[in-house]
Design a protein around this ligand. Structure first.
Ligand SMILES: *Cc1c(COP(=O)(O)O)cnc(C)c1O
Length: 427
């Protein structure tokens, strides 16, 4: 489904039923698959033939939904994972190991920050964090001879900084490494990072893609544009024989467009088992079928609410990339001309205490760690998702202590504004 529009890919991508087959994607709720001979199955284990043998590695329902997201992003191959966290981890661990180094934007999701700065550091992978607004000199200075990738978020959760993808891609490529973009908040409806030079895209499908607060999941998409063999010394895992698969070399056997995802599936899924269940993949697909419609409303509501907040003098500041007053307005217009996301952050006059009182007074907007749901919800990151960070790290991540993150759902915007106004009246 390459030559149809994105909206059509949302609805029909990844699955074309043949005569008499189910119209909706089948849920293949089976851990295992039957073969006539041991030789048939042996070929699958050797990666000599493609097919299914055990759902820890691959499952037809998951692959169908991955193919849809792959088409939406314009990639060459994709895989589903059990969560966005698993996707972030696999995306880097697939090409970096102990002794390696990664450059990452400092403005990223709190869970990703912890994964990189604490857990992966313990595994021997070092990260240098750079501000998304750093100068080209600062960005280039962050690279080391052992750097294997650059990582950033299209629109960061929750700081809502917009990454200059072209600039980061240029720096990554000048140092012979790929740019990995977490495109969770923008979704491919609003931004397709491959069009701006990104090489790999990750998603927490838990957010807008699912969109109904139903299933945790993740996805990795490869653009197929990064030439691993041109930097073979940096990526031996892709460009030299894998002894755990009888000495196949991923780039030779699966080509530039298939090597990265095949390796992540054959090695990392085999060893870590971070698979998405076929039932969850089915729910995800239902979400994807309306993603283009919902994103439009999320963005519309985000804009209306941000404009209201900016006009209310009980609010100390508003951060929404769709506001002309926003620092990232121009970048957002370039990378996301149709809108950014439904998430707005702001501070209430009176700081942390007022923020907590305000949130308690909300009637319809619920306090949740979640975001990007059809139902509006809000969160105080400094006391929840980002509580591992000290004050300095919070500031580096663009999250002041009084920040309230409001995720505008797809209700009527006036009802959201009414709820906010009534809660402000109680202060
Ligand atoms: C939520 C989120 C993640 C982590 O995803 P999970 O599905 O919760 O594991 C990663 N990146 C971003 C931008 C997120 O919002």
């Amino acid at each position: 489904m390459k030559d149809v529009r994105l909206e059509t890919k949302c609805v029909q991508g990844g699955y074309t039923p043949q005569n008499g087959e189910p119209r909706q994607i089948p849920i293949v709720q089976s851990t295992t698959f039957k073969y006539a001979t041991s030789e048939d199955m042996g070929k699958l284990f050797d990666l000599e033939a493609s097919g299914y043998f055990y759902s820890r590695l691959q499952n037809p329902t998951c692959d169908t939904v991955a193919a849809k997201i792959c088409a939406m992003e314009g990639g060459s191959a994709a895989m589903l994972l059990s969560s966005g966290q698993a996707a972030s981890f696999f995306s880097i661990f697939n090409i970096a190991s102990a002794g390696d180094h990664v450059v990452s934007s400092s403005s990223i999701y709190g869970g990703t920050y912890n994964l990189f700065a604490v857990t992966m550091k313990r595994m021997g992978i070092d990260f240098t964090f750079v501000s998304p607004d750093c100068t080209d000199e600062e960005l280039n200075a962050a690279f080391q001879p052992n750097t294997k990738a650059v990582f950033g978020e299209t629109i960061a959760n929750p700081a809502l900084t917009v990454l200059d993808i072209e600039r980061f891609a240029k720096a990554a490529h000048a140092h012979g490494v790929p740019l990995i973009i977490d495109n969770t908040f923008a979704t491919p409806v609003n931004c397709r990072p491959f069009e701006f030079g990104a090489d790999i895209v990750t998603h927490s499908t838990t957010k807008y893609m699912d969109g109904h607060g139903v299933a945790v999941g993740g996805c990795i998409v490869d653009s197929g544009n990064f030439d691993w063999t041109a930097h073979a010394d940096k990526f031996p895992g892709l460009c030299t024989p894998d002894e755990s698969y009888h000495g196949i070399t991923y780039t030779e056997k699966f080509g530039q467009g298939g090597a990265y995802i095949t390796k992540a599936t054959a090695q990392l899924m085999r060893d870590f088992g971070s698979t998405q269940s076929p039932q969850s993949a089915f729910y995800l697909n239902l979400g994807l079928e309306s993603l283009h419609l919902r994103m439009e409303r999320h963005c519309f509501n985000g804009q209306k609410v941000a404009e209201y907040l900016e006009s209310d003098n009980r609010i100390s500041w508003v951060n929404y990339p769709g506001l002309p007053s926003n620092k990232y307005y121009e970048l957002a217009k370039k990378y996301m001309p149709n809108g950014t996301c439904g998430v707005v952050s702001f501070g209430v006059k009176g700081g942390r205490a007022a923020a907590e009182k305000f949130m308690k007074a909300l009637k319809m907007i619920a306090i949740e760690t979640h975001v990007a749901d059809a139902r509006s919800c809000c969160l105080h990151p400094a006391s929840a998702t980002h509580r591992q960070m000290n004050e300095q790290e919070l500031i580096a991540a663009g999250i002041p202590g009084d920040l309230i993150r409001l995720s505008c759902g797809i209700e009527h915007y006036q009802d959201l504004i009414d709820d906010i106004r009534a809660a402000l009246d109680t202060l």
